[in-house]
Design a protein around this ligand. Structure first.
Ligand code: SF4
Length: 284
């Protein structure tokens, strides 16, 4: 008898510290060359309903929750973005993973007000995608004009006293020290005082490439999103944001019934484990 034997290693999620909410799977105002999302239809209306978010927030253990992450495609395109942000701030601090095209002075001022309105002292953290310190190189990946808009968004956020994090996909495989020092120079030029914590360097993960798992890895101490979080989407709960387009990443239908065990069998998992550092979460 032929039986499929699952040989992939597995990990158990310990606590739901990071709740990722995929606000939309397909709506984005950019089409970056290296994006892990397979875009199909430009006009698809796949925004997560606000009631689904409300229900999920009622089901999570608030005590364990450290951050709610609003992700996408582009989360700020959700028509109820402000409403969902306010709702999430009642539960924890919120990280917005954005290409920043929708952030200008007016929006930054508004978001500062939203943060101050919440009486729980929860903060809004911005993870701004920008992948190269040279405009031409960045725009060759992310599209014409994206560098200027991201830099302008950084200026607006600093003006309203946010402390954004630059989320940098190291597509060109530049040595980390060189990458950080050049980005630091860029930040200095706009009077943005940074430390190492302002730079989140992410390796480029190729959705078609399978890597060998590293030997002697300690699966109990992995630094991967599936150890500490789950992702809520319109189609159910997934182990991490990278796997929302892949049924192998599905682990439940809602936040009352998901599995805490994930089998690390995908191409993304093999690369993610080799990297062994959180791709989306903040270091606590
Ligand atoms: S891609 Fe990484 S975080 Fe996602 S399930 Fe695989 S190992 Fe875990």
């Amino acid at each position: 008898m032929n039986r499929t034997i699952i040989k992939a290693p597995s990990v158990n999620m310990e606590k739901l510290e990071n709740l990722f909410i995929e606000m939309t799977a397909q709506n984005c105002n950019l089409r970056c060359k290296h994006c892990y999302i397979d875009f199909k239809d430009k006009k698809v209306k796949d925004f997560i309903p606000i009631d689904k978010v409300k229900q999920a927030l009622m089901n999570v253990n608030k005590k364990d929750l450290q951050y709610i992450h609003l992700t996408g495609a582009e989360p700020m395109l959700h028509p109820d973005f402000n409403h969902i942000l306010r709702l999430c701030l009642k539960y924890s601090s919120v990280v917005i993973h954005t290409n920043a095209l929708n952030i200008n002075d007016k929006k930054a001022r508004f978001l500062r007000k939203v943060e101050e309105e919440n009486n729980m002292n929860h903060e809004i953290v911005f993870m701004i995608s920008i992948d190269h310190y040279i405009e031409k190189e960045n725009d060759s990946l992310r599209g014409r004009g994206s560098y200027r808009k991201a830099v302008h968004a950084l200026q607006s956020l600093i003006k309203y006293e946010f402390n954004p994090i630059l989320s940098i996909v190291n597509y060109f495989n530049i040595p980390i020290d060189e990458l950080k020092s050049n980005f630091k120079e860029l930040c200095d030029s706009i009077n943005f005082e940074t430390t190492d914590l302002n730079f989140k360097i992410i390796p480029y993960l190729d959705k078609n490439k399978m890597m060998d798992m590293p030997e002697n890895i300690d699966y109990t101490n992995l630094k991967t999103e599936c150890k500490k979080g789950r992702t809520l989407t319109i189609n159910g709960v997934f182990t991490c944001p990278l796997l929302c387009c892949d049924n192998r990443g599905k682990c439940g239908s809602d936040l009352t019934d998901y599995s805490s065990k994930s089998y690390l069998e995908t191409e993304f998992c093999s690369q993610c484990i080799n990297h062994n550092n959180f791709l989306f979460s903040l270091e606590l």
